[in-house]
Design a protein around this ligand. Structure first.
Ligand code: ME8
Length: 508
């Protein structure tokens, strides 16, 4: 396995504030980045904002601000949310960054010089809000309306630049057949493969006349045109690590290990993007991972439908780590999920307050009560019923987190947590104390502290703040490494108990 790990989120549009859907992708990417750090890999974690296009200019106008003033405000909101959620990104790219704009021009020029971009008069059905052209074939099932937003289309004739997607169709199909992990999950892989097998790719219109679209990057050597926002935005994944400006850094980081996004933009990432890279003679990403949608009342949560949940509201109710835990635990990464307050409170009270929070609190409490917080561990053997569970939990956890199956990976950690809770019930430490069996009581508490420590290392990518606090309360350094998922690493514990991690929430 290569030592570096390059992971990305999509660049979010800045026409509105982030909602739970945006938080979801970013938390998934953060969990993957932290898990890679746990494995000792050199991580480059990229997120950012997609700032060009008329939709954004229009939102700025509606708000009464200048375009850049409006965008700067939304970007600040995004950054505030990522900081609150402890998102450990290494770089935040904005498509208005000077270096990115220069890279976009250079990439277009390179592809043009190669002969893969050409100029042609074009007639098509255009959706102004989506800034997208559609063919008659594509709108035959939608009664002539935009397949994305359902609004009316305009017939437009104009000259534009086109990118030869069609030239690379058979190459892409061959790439898919040789690289079954290129698109995940499998259902999306099959969807894209069958799309490529059944359809002939249309060349992609990658410019807009400057008379119609003004907020964007000027086409190189032709000021009458502006670069199509998607062609601009996708290139962020190479401009951020330094394509064409810092070759050494770029060669260390590229290709991306995982691009995360939701299924709505899989085609841009699994068809347009690899073909753009092929035309630039660059390697393609190792994996494009399309997760499902968060819905509300069974409809996709989206800005345009206005049914969004504000992550700050959820954080206010349950805290940052409970939100991260819920997003990662509730649904397998490839499937859709329905957001409900009931579901989040139930998950909080059962998994966090009861199973994990209570385990930590009562263990620390007993350590202070019986031993003034000093629990010694020289030569304490692993309890018989722990060894098997720990070993299979470790294997399963590493396998699942490597495959981004976070929900199942967390579940495997919880099998160990329930063994620890049961061990407390079965061992009856209060009787050991009453009967003066001091060594036995110490060894029992050491075993539980070790168990808690191991689960805490595993859960750190999911709930960093909580896990750092647990390590602090156990009196040990908050360093997290996969090598610590083993028995007997810490010799003595010097407990400093704080408030319960997850006080129960009374839902009624
Ligand atoms: O598409 N459930 O930006 P965008 C889950 N700028 N994830 C969701 C979601 C939901 N209901 N709603 C949004 C763009 N997302 C382009 C991307 S990349 C070079 C350019 C998440 O602001 C999910 O990751 O519309 C989805 O792919 C992304 O936000 C779309 O964000």
């Amino acid at each position: 396995m290569s030592k570096k790990f390059y992971v990305t989120t999509p660049l979010y549009y800045v026409n509105a504030k982030a909602h739970i859907g945006h938080a979801y992708t970013t938390v998934i990417a953060d969990c993957a980045a932290r898990f890679a750090r746990l494995l000792g890999r050199d991580v480059f974690f990229l997120t950012g904002t997609d700032e060009h296009g008329e939709k954004i200019k229009k939102s700025a106008q509606d708000s009464g601000k200048t375009t850049i003033e409006f965008i700067d405000g939304v970007v600040e909101e995004f950054k505030k949310l990522w900081s609150k959620l402890n998102i450990s990104y290494d770089h935040f790219i904005r498509t208005t960054d000077k270096q990115h704009c220069e890279t976009v021009k250079l990439a277009i020029k390179k592809i043009y010089d190669k002969g893969d971009i050409y100029k042609e008069k074009y007639q098509g059905l255009y959706c102004l809000p989506c800034e997208a052209f559609w063919t008659k074939e594509q709108v035959k099932d939608t009664e002539g309306l935009c397949p994305d937003c359902g609004r009316a289309l305009e017939l437009i004739e104009e000259e534009n630049y086109f990118f030869k997607l069609s030239k690379y169709q058979s190459w892409l199909l061959e790439h898919l057949s040789k690289n079954p992990d290129f698109i995940k999950p499998k259902s999306r892989f099959n969807e894209i493969k069958s799309f490529l097998e059944k359809n002939t790719l249309q060349d992609l219109c990658i410019s807009r006349p400057a008379k119609r679209l003004t907020w964007g990057i000027e086409f190189p050597e032709d000021v009458d045109f502006i670069v199509y926002v998607w062609f601009d935005a996708l290139l962020n994944y190479i401009s951020a690590p330094g394509y064409s400006v810092n070759d050494m850094q770029f060669n260390n980081i590229w290709p991306a290990d995982i691009h995360f996004m939701a299924k709505d933009i899989i085609r841009h990432h699994a068809v347009f993007w690899p073909i753009m890279l092929k035309a630039l003679e660059l390697e393609v990403p190792k994996t494009v991972f399309a997760h499902g949608w968060w819905k509300f009342d069974n409809q996709k949560m989206s800005k345009s439908l206005g049914n969004v949940v504000d992550p700050f509201d959820v954080i206010e109710q349950v805290g940052v780590d409970a939100l991260r835990f819920f997003l990662l635990r509730e649904i397998p990464v490839g499937l859709d999920g329905n957001f409900s307050w009931q579901a989040i409170f139930t998950r909080y009270n059962s998994d966090l307050a009861n199973d994990f929070g209570n385990l930590v609190y009562r263990t620390l409490n007993m350590s202070e009560k019986y031993f003034d917080g000093i629990v010694t561990g020289a030569d304490v053997p692993i309890p018989e019923n722990f060894a098997q569970v720990l070993s299979s939990m470790k294997d399963k956890y590493i396998e699942c987190f490597t495959a981004c199956e976070f929900s199942v990976g967390i579940e495997s950690v919880y099998t160990f947590i329930s063994v620890l809770n049961k061990y407390i019930e079965d061992s009856k430490p209060w009787t050991m104390s009453k009967e003066g069996r001091t060594d036995e009581l110490n060894n029992f508490l050491y075993a539980i502290c070790e168990g808690i420590r191991i689960c805490t290392v595993c859960l750190w990518p999911v709930m960093p703040q909580t896990c750092e606090s647990v390590m602090h309360q156990l009196g040990i350094p908050a360093d997290f490494s996969v090598n610590d998922i083993d028995w007997g690493i810490v010799k003595d514990y010097k407990i400093q108990k704080e408030q319960p991690l997850f006080p129960r929430i009374d839902v009624n």
